[in-house]
Design a binder for this molecule. Structure first.
Ligand code: HMG
Ligand code: MG
Length: 286
C-alpha cells in the first residue's frame, strides 16, 4: 500500500484573500465545488476576519451556504477571535483555524495584538469549539523570517507552536508567510522542532516567492511531515505580509507526491480543471 500525503487546499481562502480584483461570491462557490469534485478532504473555504481588514473575505458565510458539501470533505475557516468563531459556527464551518505568529512584528501587523495577547484571544475559541465538537487547527506564521522583524529564531516557532498545541489544536501548520524558506533553513527548523513536537502534529504551509516551496516540502517530508497546504493555481499571499507571493501550487505538490510514491486521493485532471477555472476568471476580471 502506498503512503498517503494530505494536501490541504487553501485556494478559496489564502488564494483569494489577497486578490486585487473582486471575485463574485458565485465564482468562489463554483471554485469550491470544483475542488470538492477533485477529491480534497480539506478545503479552507472562508475567513471570518474583520471585513474592514480583509474585504475580499467578507462573503464567507454566503460561500459556505452556497457550496455543495460532499460527505467526508471538511470545509474550514479562519477565526481570529470569538466574533469570528461565532460567525464560522453559524455558517456551519466544519473546522476552524486560529492563526498566530512566531514574530511580534507580524502578529501586530496581521491581527493587531502581541503573541501573548493572541493566545489569550484564542483560548475561548478553543474552549467553545471543544464544547461544539468543532476541530481547531493552528497556524504559526513567519517560521523562517518576518517582513518586519527579519529572520525568526526556531525557538520562537517552537514556543508559539507549543502554545497552540497546548490550547488544544490538533495540528499546527508552519507558515513560511513570505517564502523565505530554503531546504537548509527548513532543515534547521525541523531539526530543532521535531525533537520536541512530533512530526504528525505538524503541517507545512510554504509560500513560493522564490520557487523553493517544493524543495522545502521534500525536506519536511524527510522529517515525517505528511500534510501540506497548497493553493490551486499557486494563488495567494497575505495582505499584511508585503512581498509575499502565492502558496505553493497544488498541482505541483500533487505531482511531487506522486513522484515520491505517495497517494493523495486527488484526481489531477480535475485539479487542473479547477486551476483553469480560477486563472481564466482572474484574466477576465482583470
Ligand atoms: P481590531 O481592529 O483590533 O479588532 O482587529 P477589534 O476587536 O478592536 O474590533 C474592531 C471592529 O472590527 C469592531 O467593529 C468589531 O466588531 C469588528 P466596529 O465596532 O468598529 O464596527 N470585528 C470583526 N468583524 C467581523 N468579524 C470579526 C471581527 N473582529 C472584530 N472576526 C482583527 C483585530 C483580528 C479582527 C483584525 O486584525 C483582523 O481581522 N485581522 C485578520 C487579518 C487577516 O485576515 N490576515 C490574513 C489571514 S492570516 C494569513 O494569511 C497567514 C496564513 O496563511 C499562514 C501564513 O501564510 O503564514 C494563515
Ligand atoms: Mg498563507
Amino acid at each position: 500500500m502506498s503512503k498517503h500525503l494530505t494536501i490541504f487546499e487553501m485556494g478559496p481562502r489564502d488564494g483569494l484573500q489577497n486578490e486585487k480584483v473582486h471575485i463574485p461570491t458565485a465564482d468562489k462557490i463554483a471554485l469550491v465545488n470544483l475542488l470538492t469534485d477533485a477529491g480534497f478532504q480539506k478545503i479552507e473555504t472562508a475567513s471570518f476576519v474583520s471585513p474592514k481588514w480583509v474585504p475580499q473575505m467578507a462573503d464567507g458565510a454566503d460561500v459556505l451556504a452556497g457550496i455543495s458539501r460532499k460527505p467526508g470533505t471538511k470545509y474550514t475557516a479562519l477565526t481570529p477571535n470569538m466574533k469570528g468563531y461565532e460567525r464560522a459556527k453559524t455558517a456551519n464551518a466544519d473546522e476552524v483555524a486560529i492563526f498566530g505568529s512566531a514574530s511580534e512584528g507580524f502578529s501586530q501587523a496581521n491581527i493587531n495584538c502581541s503573541i501573548a495577547e493572541s493566545i489569550d484571544r484564542f483560548k475561548p475559541i478553543v474552549e467553545a469549539a471543544k464544547v461544539d465538537g468543532i476541530p481547531v487547527r493552528g497556524y504559526v506564521s513567519c517560521i523562517i523570517a518576518c517582513p518586519y522583524d527579519g529572520p525568526t529564531d526556531p525557538e520562537q516557532v517552537i514556543a508559539t507552536s507549543q502554545m497552540l498545541l497546548d490550547l488544544g489544536c490538533y495540528e499546527v501548520s508552519l507558515g513560511d508567510t513570505i517564502g523565505a524558506g530554503t531546504p537548509e533553513n527548513t532543515k534547521r527548523l525541523l531539526d530543532a522542532m521535531t525533537k520536541v513536537i512530533p512530526a504528525d502534529k505538524l503541517a507545512g504551509h510554504f509560500h513560493d516567492t522564490h520557487n523553493t516551496a517544493l524543495a522545502n516540502i521534500e525536506t519536511a517530508i524527510s522529517y515525517g511531515v505528511t500534510t501540506f497546504d497548497a493553493a490551486v493555481g499557486g494563488l495567494g499571499g497575505c495582505p499584511y505580509a508585503p512581498g509575499a507571493k502565492g502558496n505553493v501550487n497544488t498541482l505541483e505538490v500533487a505531482q511531487l507526491a506522486e513522484r515520491l510514491g505517495f497517494e493523495t486521493g486527488l484526481e489531477l485532471a480535475k485539479v487542473e480543471e479547477a486551476q483553469k477555472f480560477i486563472l481564466d476568471l482572474k484574466q477576465v476580471l482583470a
